[in-house]
Design a protein around this ligand. Structure first.
Ligand SMILES: CC(C)(COP(=O)(O)OP(=O)(O)OC[C@H]1O[C@@H](n2cnc3c(N)ncnc32)[C@H](O)[C@@H]1OP(=O)(O)O)[C@@H](O)C(=O)NCCC(=O)NCCS
Length: 159
């Protein structure tokens, strides 16, 4: 494999979209990510051809999808909604590289922290986040994650 580049471009070629559409059913990713006020941003990890190797175009091997949130206590904040590396590329430092890049973007935008959530069975991912210095907020502060959706949300909104 050649070198790995991480950029913030998404959608200039079809690769990332097929990747996303496969896992996010019904979401209009193009409109939501590329409208006037994008709902999200995305870092894309690409495998670039090595010297002498030919490749039709960059091959997307992973991504980190994030957006900006705001904390009454901490101010500007980034939420890393999803991070994914193709199975055959896992364990090569790509996920760590994406996380480091998110940290860089967050700092460049004046954020004091970035957050993410992980399911409790995903021990390897948790180990990775901890190894990179993240704090487990459930363990440390007892936070629980809640959501309102669908009918419940419509009922609340009276719609
Ligand atoms: C979690 C994930 C993004 C990490 O990316 P990665 O490129 O494999 O991570 P790195 O190579 O930088 O770091 C490797 C470390 O990540 C952890 N890890 C988590 N899942 C892993 C996997 N499936 N394969 C290899 N390492 C994994 C391990 O702690 C590993 O350290 P080790 O090699 O000492 O065991 C990637 O494994 C992945 O996409 N998994 C499936 C989707 C997922 O679970 N996303 C997280 C949702 S919160």
């Amino acid at each position: 494999m050649g070198s790995l580049g991480i950029s913030s471009r998404l959608g200039t070629h079809p690769g990332p979209f097929s990747l996303f559409v496969a896992i996010t059913i019904g979401a209009d990713l193009r409109a939501d990510g590329f409208g006037e006020n994008p709902f999200y941003h995305c870092l894309v990890a690409e495998s670039l051809p090595g010297p002498g190797e030919s490749q039709a175009g960059p091959c997307v091997v992973g991504y980190g999808l994030y957006y900006f949130i705001y904390s009454t206590w901490k101010g500007r904040n980034v939420y890393l909604e999803d991070i994914y590396v193709k199975p055959e590329y896992q364990g090569q430092g790509i996920g760590s590289k994406i996380i480091k890049k998110v940290a860089e973007v967050a700092l460049d935008k004046g954020c004091s922290q970035f957050r993410l959530s992980v399911l409790d069975w995903n021990k390897r991912a948790m180990d990775l986040y901890k190894a990179l210095g993240a704090q487990d907020l459930t363990e440390a502060e007892g936070w629980h994650s809640f959501r309102f959706e669908g009918e419940v949300m419509r009922k609340l909104a009276g719609k």
